[in-house]
Design a protein around this ligand. Structure first.
Ligand SMILES: Nc1ncnc2c1ncn2[C@@H]1O[C@H](COP(=O)(O)OP(=O)(O)OP(=O)(O)O)[C@@H](O)[C@H]1O
Ligand SMILES: [Mg+2]
Length: 336
């Protein structure tokens, strides 16, 4: 029911002709945001910015507080404390102005199940203030952009989940909002549709500021300029993939491939001075080792010498950064 109410009120964006009071500021500013559901702390004092024109991936495992945060910044729920500004407008005191700036696609896309797709989008365009003269052509553009031409005369309640989600995206885009807020836009899509949706989001870069949530790291890596990670209501990281990698630079390790007897190879490498830990696997008949050294000491030469002294084949030795997936797992409880 609550979701339905969201649909009815929707993001009544009338386009971006409005000038915001502070155009030079970040598109979205979140400061010390906290949200309690009665006594359950769902969002715990988080602060972040979304810069004008960027695509921000809002990443976190299930229950992290992504939808809660998104509902607050789209004015569908009040915060317990903290300040959120969208295009300079306060979500609490200037909610109508905020809604005009935002195209919001909720997690459970609240559509009118009895309406036909085109009819629904015409209705939404009207509510959101798209001029009568523009309405029909704008709906046509969006229908083709979101790949829903083949279902435009179907009844929404009879659409598959993926198509319903695309209609939700079309709805978010219809009034050409300055800011797009998409809650798990890729969740119900099959792999082909996901590719299409990712491509679409990338194509929207520069035209809109976009924040989208997901629990899938790869989606963020592929689409977003920057990401923030939340877990159990707390912000645990923010930055570009490169910044994350640099932050974990001390976690560099060596990847080594050796043609030799597995147990002995492991023992030998483990015994090299400065080596802290060795993980071993086998791949295509080669021993593959992941070697961590003390205080990120460079042990490449010593390791190579140890292998060559034994007359084993040294097929590869490479210094590797920590994988983003490992960083994500380290920062969150996703894999605990
Ligand atoms: N209306 C509510 N009343 C009480 N608790 C709620 C309510 N909505 C969400 N929660 C709780 O708040 C926490 C955060 O929920 P939220 O929906 O924001 O997470 P999420 O990151 O969007 O997760 P998901 O990936 O599963 O969509 C969860 O523990 C959830 O159970
Ligand atoms: Mg959610």
């Amino acid at each position: 029911m609550a979701e339905k109410a969201e649909a009815a009120e929707g993001s009544t964006a009338a386009g971006r002709s409005d000038s915001s009071p502070s155009a030079s500021q970040a598109a979205i500013e979140v400061k010390d945001l906290t949200k309690y559901y009665v006594d359950f702390l769902a969002v715990d004092n988080i602060s972040f910015d979304v810069r004008e024109g960027e695509i921000l991936g809002f990443l976190g495992p299930n229950g992290a507080g992504k939808s809660t945060t998104i509902r607050i910044l789209t004015c569908f729920m009040p915060a317990s404390s903290g300040v959120v500004k969208v295009a300079g407008y306060d979500v609490f005191t200037q909610s109508l102005d905020v809604r005009r700036q935002i195209g919001y696609m909720p997690e459970n896309t609240p559509l009118y199940p009895e309406m036909r797709v085109r009819e629904y989008l015409m209705f939404r365009a009207t509510i959101k203030g798209v001029s009568r003269a523009r309405r029909r052509s704008r709906v046509g553009e969006i229908v083709s952009l979101c790949g829903i031409s083949e279902v435009e005369n179907k009844i929404i309640g009879q659409l598959s989940k993926g198509y319903r989600q695309r209609v939700g995206l079309a709805d978010a885009l219809i009034a050409d909002p300055r800011i797009l807020v998409l809650d798990e836009p890729l969740a119900s899509l099959d792999p082909n549709q996901q590719q299409m949706a990712k491509k679409l989001i990338k194509e929207l870069r520069g035209k809109h500021t976009i924040i989208f949530s997901t629990h899938i790291l790869a989606d963020v890596e592929e689409v977003a300029d920057r990401m923030i990670i939340i877990d159990r209501g707390r912000l645990v990281g923010a930055g570009t993939p490169d910044e994350f990698a640099r932050r974990f630079e001390s976690e560099r390790h060596l990847r080594i491939e050796v043609a030799g007897p597995r147990a002995e190879v492991q023992q030998t490498i483990q015994a090299v001075p400065g080596v802290k830990s060795v993980e071993v696997a086998e791949h295509d008949g080669l021993v593959v080792l992941k070697v961590r050294s003390e205080a990120a000491k460079d042990v490449r030469e010593e390791v190579a010498r140890a292998v060559l002294t034994k007359n084993w084949g040294l097929r590869e030795i490479r210094s590797e950064r920590m994988e983003l997936a490992e960083i994500f797992a380290r920062l969150t409880t996703a894999t605990h």
